[in-house]
Design a protein around this ligand. Structure first.
Ligand code: CAA
Length: 259
């Protein structure tokens, strides 16, 4: 187990569980937290022992209640733009385009930048007490960490538009119905379920996971099908492919080398 002031890591086999640690501020994303997490996302790409990451928040009340409002309260337009751009590049896009999948375990509030963080993860599981929304318009802002784009892609433009314009918080059941989360479980079971899901992902070929993330992220773009063809072809060059097929033919479980 390694620790920084703001994010704690616990390893469970090939799964790293990262907990954001600002519970008194409902894990609001300040610059330091974004930088710490962004650095971990970058470094984990080189760590062969980690094949999937679970992201969660500390405390009972929140996954993450958003970007830190106190920190940007006096920003001007240029500083606001820089906040969104730096955050998107160093953290939100870095997670979305990570070669290793991220599973968000959403307990309690996931608002603004908090929901956007969950949206940048590849799989989302929520507890029954989860409340999700993009309330930025109540502050005179719009979502700045990818929310207008990712929420629209995940639940559809009409539903996203309504959620963003109304700033309405939705409950876990609605999030399940509209595809925002894959599963809803009891609060006490949230981490266990997320780790179970992450364990399933981590048992698959790391090279194939990377290729799949790349291809799915290209969905909706004009070159999406071309990206899929290209990534499919590349998989055949990997040792993981040889092992996967050999294991199938030998009727055993594969042991993917991740190469
Ligand atoms: N930024 C900074 N501090 C925050 C915060 C945030 N986003 N959310 C909560 N906190 C702080 C509160 O200020 C409070 O701190 P103090 O005790 O020092 O005053 C502490 O966390 C506990 O919060 P509350 O007392 O408000 O708790 P509550 O249970 O009454 O309400 C809540 C919970 C409904 C989540 C409420 O805290 C809230 O509305 N938070 C703000 C949500 C929000 O607007 N998020 C969007 C932020 S903007 C953004 O994210 C922009 C972007 O896309 C880039």
């Amino acid at each position: 187990m390694s620790e920084t002031a703001l994010v704690t890591e616990v390893l469970h086999g090939h799964v790293a569980c990262w907990t954001l640690n600002r519970p008194k501020q409902l894990n609001a994303l300040n610059g330091a937290l974004i930088a710490a997490l962004g650095k971990m996302v970058e470094e984990v790409q080189q760590r062969d022992e980690v094949r999937c990451i679970v992201l969660t928040g500390s405390g009972e009340k929140a996954f993450v209640a958003g970007a830190d409002i106190k920190e940007f309260a006096n920003f001007n337009s240029a500083e606001g733009r820089e906040l969104a751009e730096r955050g998107q590049r160093t953290l939100f896009d870095a997670i979305a385009l990570s070669a290793k999948p991220f599973v968000a375990a959403v307990g309690g509030f996931a608002l603004g930048g908090g929901l956007e963080l969950a949206l940048s993860c590849h799989v989302r599981i929520a507890s029954g007490n989860a409340r999700m929304g993009l309330p930025e318009v109540t502050l005179g802002l719009i979502p700045g960490y990818g929310g207008t784009q990712r929420l629209s892609r995940i639940i559809g433009r009409g539903r996203a538009m309504e959620m963003i314009l109304s700033a309405r918080m939705i409950k876990a059941e609605e999030a399940l119905t509209n595809g925002l989360v894959s599963k809803v479980v009891e609060r006490e079971a949230l981490l266990e379920e997320a780790l179970k899901m992450a364990g399933k992902l981590a048992a698959n070929s790391p090279k194939a996971l990377q290729a799949a993330i790349h291809a799915v992220q290209a969905s909706g773009s004009p070159e999406g099908y071309e990206v899929e063809i290209d990534q499919f072809g590349r998989c055949f060059a990997n040792e993981d492919f040889k092992e996967g097929v050999a294991a199938f033919l030998e009727k055993r479980k594969p042991e993917f080398p991740g190469r």
